[in-house]
Design a protein around this ligand. Structure first.
Ligand code: HSE
Length: 334
């Protein structure tokens, strides 16, 4: 048995930097939780010189993916590169080399999940992705564990912080769409291409992932009917408020016994008395209906360096514990 759980990090950007910080700051606690220390050994990133200046020789930085993916001492690969390629290929190679994978990459999961989950299973590897939906909110883990005994009938979520920030500002400060979009971008909430946020695609990726878990079926992005918030004006929100409603971009997945599953993202008027109506700013929330649990709501920060790193590190710890107890592949895709 090795003395450490060794992790290879792909991408030391915003979230990757947060993961380095959390694993270092809480190293002692994490070692107690796992039973042995968890350490990042190698980091793949394009900005090797800048990172060496920032972190010194704490980690081995490289811009050559082979050095991380082929390293026999690395047990877990944490993929935080974002976008579809080469992230998908790197994840597949990690499994082929018997390494467990943690990712926050909703683009890859929503499009290639159906291809990657069997690969993880085939190689008896864990594949965890809590951070891919709603950043710091634990929702995937609870659905796969604490709520596993339920038949889930519906999920309704505010799963995009950028648009929730925009709609909240438009409602509370009576600002125009263009003005609030600029603010959301300046605060770093939006994706590099904000059309994915305002057009509903980011939310569609997230509901694809949530619905696949909730309904034990492999959905992909094409299954979601998507409408964004581009045509919402300040006056629409004012009229809705006057009538007692909030306007939210909701991602909705329903399992209707007669008509089957429907997945959609669209701006929705919800009564001000509904718990989701009070979720404002960059906060996200997921409202779940299950036949045993009834209604449950998960609320928290859906993006950001440390909240997202919290979920990534939770997955690393989960896998490290599984390794300790030789029980990998325990919670697989069903
Ligand atoms: N652009 C995303 C959002 C970031 O605004 O929610 C987290 O996925």
């Amino acid at each position: 048995m090795k003395d450490f759980v060794n992790v290879g990090l792909l991408g030391a950007g915003t979230v990757g930097g947060g993961v380095l910080k959390v694993l270092e700051k809480n190293a002692e606690k994490i070692a107690k939780e796992v039973g042995k220390p968890v350490r990042i050994t190698k980091v793949l990133d394009r900005h090797v010189d800048r990172l060496k200046q920032e972190y010194g020789d704490k980690y081995i930085f490289t811009d050559n993916a082979d050095e991380v993916l082929e390293d026999k001492d690395i047990d877990i690969i944490v993929e935080l590169l974002g976008r579809e390629h080469p992230a998908k290929e790197f994840i597949a190679r990690a499994f082929a080399n018997g390494k467990h994978v943690v990712t926050a990459n909703k683009d890859v999961l929503a499009k290639y999940g159906a291809e990657l989950f069997p690969l993880a299973h085939e190689h008896n590897c864990d594949f965890m992705f809590e951070a891919s939906v709603c950043g710091g909110i634990p929702i995937i883990g609870p659905m796969k564990t604490s709520m596993a005994a339920n038949q889930i009938t519906s999920i309704m979520g505010i799963v995009n912080g950028t648009t929730n920030y925009m709609l909240s500002k438009m409602a509370n400060e009576h600002l125009d769409y263009d003005e609030v979009l600029k603010e959301a971008q300046a605060k770093g909430y939006a994706e590099s291409d904000p059309t994915a946020d305002v057009g509903g695609l980011d939310a569609a990726r997230k509901i694809t992932i949530l619905a696949s878990i909730a309904f034990n079926t492999r959905f992909n992005l094409d299954d979601v009917q998507v409408e964004g918030i581009e045509s919402i004006e300040a006056c629409d929100i004012k009229y809705a408020t006057d009538l007692g409603y909030a306007v939210k971009l909701l991602a909705i997945a329903k399992n209707d016994p007669e008509n089957g599953v429907s997945l959609r993202v669209n701006p929705t008027m919800i009564p001000l008395s509904h718990p989701l109506a009070g979720v404002n700013g960059v906060y996200n929330a997921v409202f779940v209906n299950g036949d045993a649990i009834g209604e449950a709501m998960f609320l928290g920060l859906g993006a950001g360096r440390l909240p997202t790193a919290s979920s990534v590190c939770g997955d690393i710890i989960d896998i490290a514990r599984n390794m300790q107890h030789k029980s990998t592949g325990r919670i697989s895709c069903t």
